[in-house]
Design a protein around this ligand. Structure first.
Ligand code: PHE
Length: 340
């Protein structure tokens, strides 16, 4: 066997080619499935033990030589024009691919979802065109409440019962109709109000509402949840204050303000020179609302909150005009990069 290998080694050493076909033939002859090398490795087991070492070394040598030869011949076949490295100008600027980025509202929406999902809230979404029951009546809005007025609500023409939802509280109702307590959910979505467009308001905007219904849910739970949210969203330095407020569907109700980090509390047009910005409304779910959804208010209590994503995003990124979110000016949008 050793003699045979020596003979092949010699053959490999002297092998020369004029084209790619010959090289391929050579490769198959030695390395192909039934080629010389596989055959040799196969019969290696029959080599007497005292010659195994020597033969093995020789065999490996042959294998390496064959591979070296093939590689060397392969590069000699490459068209010399292709290897002209002088033709490459390595100082030429790269063509940058225009990679997209998430819209700032999506970034903040995802952050809000992330913050609440860490404490066990799940996400539910539902329709934007709502009926009166889910947007108003089940939420305890009296018949003559001004929020139902044509001034605030976009009704579907000739159908006073159907409207574009004015808040995502409608999904609170849908969640309570669908699930039994404990319910711990957040509801992100687009909402519509017939408002004059300005730096602080738009007729289309985004909210995330939250709802927690279970036995023994208290105002302290609400406050602690919102404190956690404020710190996670705006950082440890941000101050938070709760003011009493009114919503038909919560009792008691409150509004959460965070210190304005655009002006640092000194006063600017975003915080209306107060140093505080309202970011959400909240409260304990009114027992009448629980009953409207067939949840026994003598057993269960709940809290709810709702925030505007635009307002939160403006504070987070110090954006002074809400209209920028809807203009889709790439010079504005390109400034936002995020992992989520
Ligand atoms: N739905 C209210 C709004 O749109 C916000 C809110 C939600 C208030 C939940 C209290 C509880 O302004």
């Amino acid at each position: 066997m050793q003699e045979k290998i020596q003979k092949y080694l010699e053959e490999v050493r002297s092998f020369a080619i004029s084209g790619a076909t010959e090289l391929e033939e050579f490769r198959l002859k030695y390395l192909g499935r039934k080629g010389i090398l596989p055959e040799l490795f196969n019969s290696f087991k029959d080599v007497p033990n005292d010659r195994k070492r020597e033969t093995g070394l020789l065999l490996n040598d042959l294998k390496n030589k064959v591979e070296e030869k093939i590689n060397a011949l392969k590069s000699s076949l490459v068209d010399p024009a292709e290897t002209k490295h002088e033709a490459l100008d390595l100082t030429r600027p790269v063509d940058h691919l225009q990679a997209g980025s998430r819209h700032p509202l999506s970034i903040v929406r995802n952050q809000i979802i992330d913050i609440f999902s860490r404490i066990g809230f799940t996400v539910m979404e539902d329709r934007e065109i709502e009926d009166d029951w889910h947007n108003f009546t089940a939420l305890n809005f009296p018949e003559e409440h001004p929020a139902r007025d044509m001034q605030d609500t976009f009704f579907i023409e000739k159908h006073p019962d159907i409207a574009l939802r004015t808040h995502t509280s409608s999904v609170q109702i849908r969640s309570m109709e669908k699930f039994k307590p404990p319910i711990r959910m957040i509801f992100p979505g687009r909402v519509f109000r017939n408002e004059v467009i300005s730096a602080r308001a738009h007729c289309i905007f985004h909210q995330v509402e939250g709802l927690y219904v279970d036995k023994n849910v208290s105002f302290a739970d609400l406050k602690q949840t919102l404190l956690y949210f404020g710190k996670e969203m705006f950082g440890d330095k941000t101050e938070i204050r709760l003011r009493p407020s009114y919503f038909p569907f919560t009792e008691p109700s409150g509004e959460l303000d965070v210190s304005c980090n655009i002006c640092g509390g000194a006063g600017c047009n975003i915080c209306k020179y107060t140093g505080w910005v309202e970011i959400l409304g909240c409260g304990m779910v009114d027992p009448a609302v629980l009953e409207n959804c067939h949840i026994d208010s003598s057993i269960y209590t709940g809290f709810a909150f709702g925030m505007g994503i635009e307002r939160t995003t403006m504070l987070k990124y110090q954006i002074r005009d809400l209209r920028l979110f809807f203009e889709n000016d790439l010079r504005f949008l390109k400034q936002f990069r995020s992992a989520i």
